[in-house]
Design a protein around this ligand. Structure first.
Ligand code: HEC
Ligand code: HEC
Ligand code: HEC
Ligand code: HEC
Ligand code: HEC
Ligand code: HEC
Ligand code: HEC
Ligand code: HEC
Ligand code: HEC
Ligand code: HEC
Length: 317
């Protein structure tokens, strides 16, 4: 597992500062000294003594605090390795001393609901950006479209305690991608609405290296091979377009009115898009004995292994 929350600590500036803060904390030196030190290292960064700990918050925020003990973030309160800046309430909301001393001045604490989308994402990414799942969030279409972590997740009001989601999939995705709902209601579809597979099996909502926020298979190949491994080959006789143009040159990924999620309603029309005898076409035309009599229309009756074969260059059984 590559998930390594808080490993931002290992960046030079940050680590240095935290090491210092930790040292100061351990040696029990006062605030004045830490303040001078911090301005040398990272101007404006909060000092360890600006943190009051989660217990202090519970006196005024009973609801959030009670629910917190069953949150996946609760263990951070006990994880002292990276210092107070990564623990409990203040791990997300920042140092709370001034907020507490002022009796709850809203402007003295980081508020997710009024912060800019950039600041919200930056907060969450302090701990999450080094996981494989989230490393590409900054360049994801979601981020570039001003979508934030808390459009999909909620710390205190999640409907799904698992993964802190605001709603289960696919409803979560349909709140913004309503038009996709129609695709998955077509007669032939990947059973997403039925819960058999999820949008996030094919897409990484946190972005990735591929277009359309698509995931790849473990060998970095097309997402379709994650489940349809038998189509991956390698085959002695490859059907060229499958490797060069990909599965979606013949199939739609979501749903279709055509059986087998095909792009066109009749298989022969699909094949003949490429296999026509025309001048300059490098693809062999269907042989002349394939007069389009009924017998030859169902191409895949004979060419059954059209995704690739180890036995027949013509993709017979
Ligand atoms: C002395 C009581 C008190 C303590 C202790 C306290 N708060 Fe608050 N907090 C308040 C009050 C009052 C508000 C303002 C509520 C309002 O105006 O709706 C508030 C608001 C907030 C908000 C909401 C800001 C917004 O508008 O979105 C956050 C977040 C918050 N507190 C976090 C914390 C955290 C974290 C701690 C512990 C470090 C903490 N509070 C400790 C009293 C307190
Ligand atoms: C994982 C990050 C995270 C942690 C840890 C966290 N919060 Fe929050 N807090 C948020 C987010 C995000 C919101 C915005 C509302 C939401 O998405 O739930 C929020 C909102 C709030 C609010 C505004 C009112 C509300 O419920 O929306 C208060 C008050 C608050 N948090 C207090 C706390 C206290 C107290 C703790 C510790 C017991 C805490 N938070 C721990 C992320 C966090
Ligand atoms: C468009 C919706 C969406 C956005 C935006 C989003 N997430 Fe997620 N997140 C999800 C979904 C859905 C899952 C569950 C994926 C799954 O089960 O495979 C998830 C899972 C996670 C997980 C658990 C991952 C794991 O490996 O188990 C973490 C941590 C997380 N998100 C953090 C974040 C952070 C941090 C941000 C902002 C930088 C963010 N998410 C933005 C939808 C979103
Ligand atoms: C102080 C560091 C820190 C911050 C800041 C932080 N997280 Fe986390 N987060 C963690 C840790 C640690 C875990 C537990 C990881 C694990 O179980 O492997 C976690 C787990 C999660 C999970 C997975 C929950 C599950 O059920 O598996 C989600 C989703 C998540 N965080 C979202 C967020 C979002 C959204 C934000 C910003 C509002 C945020 N986190 C801010 C440290 C942090
Ligand atoms: C079986 C894999 C798979 C599943 C499941 C899946 N998608 Fe896709 N999705 C794709 C592929 C592949 C593309 C790219 C299509 C293309 O390039 O022609 C895509 C494209 C998209 C696009 C961008 C292009 C467009 O058509 O607007 C959106 C948005 C999208 N999917 C949303 C969703 C949502 C929401 C869900 C769940 C309800 C979902 N997808 C489930 C594979 C999948
Ligand atoms: C809060 C709104 C919101 C939610 C929730 C949301 N999206 Fe998006 N999504 C967007 C926006 C905005 C875009 C960019 C514009 C567009 O393509 O529609 C986008 C784009 C996409 C794209 C196209 C990416 C590209 O590069 O073209 C995919 C795929 C996608 N979302 C998948 C998902 C999945 C899967 C979920 C659920 C886990 C989800 N979205 C939830 C708002 C959202
Ligand atoms: C997460 C696993 C998963 C991924 C990824 C996936 N599929 Fe599927 N696919 C399935 C399952 C399961 C079925 C058959 C079960 C059902 O839904 O009835 C299926 C069925 C199909 C079918 C046959 C439909 C029929 O009518 O017999 C086609 C064609 C297909 N997938 C193409 C694709 C393509 C193209 C991709 C990549 C865009 C893809 N699949 C990605 C799981 C997946
Ligand atoms: C050249 C067009 C073409 C390409 C490219 C293609 N397919 Fe197909 N696929 C078909 C046709 C035609 C059928 C229907 C076969 C039949 O009716 O017997 C089919 C059927 C299927 C089926 C259901 C029946 C079966 O054989 O299991 C699955 C699953 C499938 N394809 C997955 C994929 C995947 C995954 C890819 C990418 C690796 C892919 N296809 C690429 C044309 C194509
Ligand atoms: C996107 C274009 C495309 C589509 C659609 C397509 N093919 Fe092909 N096909 C090719 C290419 C390119 C080759 C490789 C030609 C070569 O080896 O020079 C090929 C090779 C073949 C061969 C082997 C020919 C030989 O001489 O080795 C057969 C048989 C075949 N295709 C049948 C089909 C059938 C049946 C369909 C419909 C289910 C189909 N093809 C759909 C592009 C396509
Ligand atoms: C009744 C069985 C049958 C059907 C149905 C059929 N074929 Fe064929 N196909 C063959 C045979 C037999 C060959 C010749 C193999 C040989 O030359 O040894 C062949 C060869 C081919 C070749 C290779 C031509 C070359 O010169 O390399 C292509 C391309 C082809 N078929 C495409 C199609 C297409 C497209 C369809 C549907 C419109 C189709 N076939 C339907 C039996 C069939």
């Amino acid at each position: 597992m590559t998930r390594r929350p808080c490993s931002r600590l290992f960046r030079p500036g940050c680590g240095q500062f935290l090491a210092l803060a930790l040292l100061l904390l351990l040696s029990g030196t006062g605030r004045a000294q830490s303040a001078t030190q911090k301005s040398n290292v990272m101007p404006g960064a909060p000092a360890a003594s600006d943190y009051v700990g989660s217990d202090a918050c519970s006196t005024c925020h009973e609801d959030e605090s009670k629910a917190f003990s069953s949150s996946p973030h609760w263990p951070t309160t006990k994880d002292t390795r990276h210092g107070a800046a990564f623990q409990g309430c203040e791990g997300c909301h920042g140092p709370g001393k001034e907020h507490v001393e002022s009796g709850g001045d809203k402007t003295k604490i980081f508020s997710f609901t009024s912060a800019s989308h950039k600041d919200v994402n930056a907060r969450c990414l302090t701990c999450h950006e080094n996981s494989q799942e989230h490393a590409n969030f900054q360049r994801s279409t979601h981020n570039l479209s001003n979508i934030t972590c808390i459009d999909c997740h909620s710390q205190h009001h999640a409907n799904e305690q698992v993964k802190l989601l605001k709603a289960t999939q696919p409803q979560l995705c349909y709140t913004c991608h309503l038009e996709k709902k129609a695709d998955f209601a077509k007669p032939f579809h990947h059973r997403v609405n039925e819960g058999l597979i999820q949008c996030s099996d094919c897409h990484n909502p946190h972005g990735g290296f591929l277009t359309q926020q698509l995931r790849s298979a473990s060998d970095q190949n097309a997402v379709c091979y994650r489940c349809h491994t038998e189509k991956a080959g390698p085959f002695v006789f490859e059907h060229v377009p499958i490797k060069t143009e990909g599965c979606t040159s013949c199939h739609v990924p979501h749903g279709s009115t055509n059986p087998r999620l095909l792009r066109v309603s009749q298989v022969n029309l699909l094949c003949l898009q490429c296999h026509t005898l025309t001048f300059n076409n490098p693809v062999p035309g269907a042989p002349t004995f394939h007069n389009q009599a009924a017998k030859y229309q169902a191409c895949t009756m004979c060419h059954t292994q059209l995704h690739g074969s180890n036995f027949s260059e013509f993709f017979f059984k």
